[in-house]
Design a protein around this ligand. Structure first.
Ligand code: AMP
Ligand code: MG
Length: 269
């Protein structure tokens, strides 16, 4: 079996057809194996985050995108839960408000990139500015169509300045979204998550898929790749995200800083 990081990577410049992508795919892994492997990955992630924090030279930025109910919150809860909160900054991106509306669209995004040594997790991101904004014509096409290049430039600037970016699209199909909405309505502990606006957005499903396909085609780059995660099965989603993130962080070859003191010279009374 090829590693998931190879299977799920969107090759730079490739055309990506979401309708041909199976969101229930589990790449030959069964649930039991996935759950035990997930635990191992979470342990690895913990060590890698500690190393990132200790080194304090680079930032890891995880971008999570997906349609409503795709599992962005669940992924953060399950995959990032073992991390040291002191080294993690989660930023949810909502409809711009206040000062955000009085700046360019990347202003709030750049502001949310954490300092070196930290992990940043974006729950939605600047990609909303070519997704919801495009689907609902919130700005004219002449404006949003230029943003793919702007986003690539912005991400390149970050990666050239020690920000390691990993982007995940959590992909569920329309039936799975309906199932999750129904579950939200039936379960009184989940009802609060349901918004009538989510049903309205569902009517734009095809437009969203076309917008996602353009994002994948135009903005998966060697430095800031997109991975498309089959997310119908939450256990597979968690496995895939944790595995790919571990691989990306291992490839950074981080090192503990040299001790500040000359250890041989230290003597305790
Ligand atoms: P949620 O993630 O469910 O809390 O919802 C946040 C909402 O904010 C979603 O409907 C997003 O599409 C919307 N949103 C995020 N960023 C933007 C943006 N730049 N412009 C317009 N809407 C946005
Ligand atoms: Mg929502």
């Amino acid at each position: 079996m090829k590693p998931l990081s190879k299977e799920l990577l969107v090759r730079p410049g490739a055309k990506f057809n979401l309708s041909e992508f199976d969101p229930a795919d589990t790449h030959g892994v069964d649930k039991e194996t996935a759950i035990s492997q997930l635990q191992k990955n979470l342990d690895r992630l913990c060590v890698l985050q500690y190393l990132l924090y200790a080194e304090a030279q680079r930032t890891v930025l995880v971008v999570l995108q997906g349609i409503d109910a795709a599992g962005k919150d669940g992924t953060i809860r399950h995959v990032m839960s073992g991390l040291n909160p002191q080294g993690v900054r989660v930023t949810p991106f909502k409809v711009p408000e206040g000062a955000e509306t009085r700046h360019d669209y990347l202003w709030r995004v750049h502001n949310a990139v954490p300092e070196f040594g930290q992990m940043g997790i974006f729950n939605r991101s600047h990609y909303e500015d070519v997704l919801v904004v495009r689907v609902h014509n919130l700005v004219p096409k002449s404006v949003w169509s230029k943003r793919y290049d702007q986003i690539n430039d912005f991400e390149r600037m970050l990666t050239e300045n020690r920000v390691h970016i990993v982007k995940f699209l959590l992909y569920i199909d329309k039936d799975e979204q309906a199932r999750r909405f129904r579950e939200r309505l039936e379960d009184k502990t989940k009802r609060w998550k349901f918004s009538p606006a989510d049903l309205k957005e569902r009517e734009y499903w095809d437009d969203y898929m076309a917008a996602y396909e353009d994002v994948l085609h135009k903005c998966s780059t060697a430095n800031a790749p997109w991975y498309v995660i089959p997310a119908n099965k939450k256990w597979f989603r968690n496995l895939a995200v944790s595995q790919i993130l571990c691989g990306e962080m291992e490839a950074m070859k981080m090192k503990y800083p040299k001790p500040l003191a000359d250890l041989s010279a230290i003597k305790f009374e």
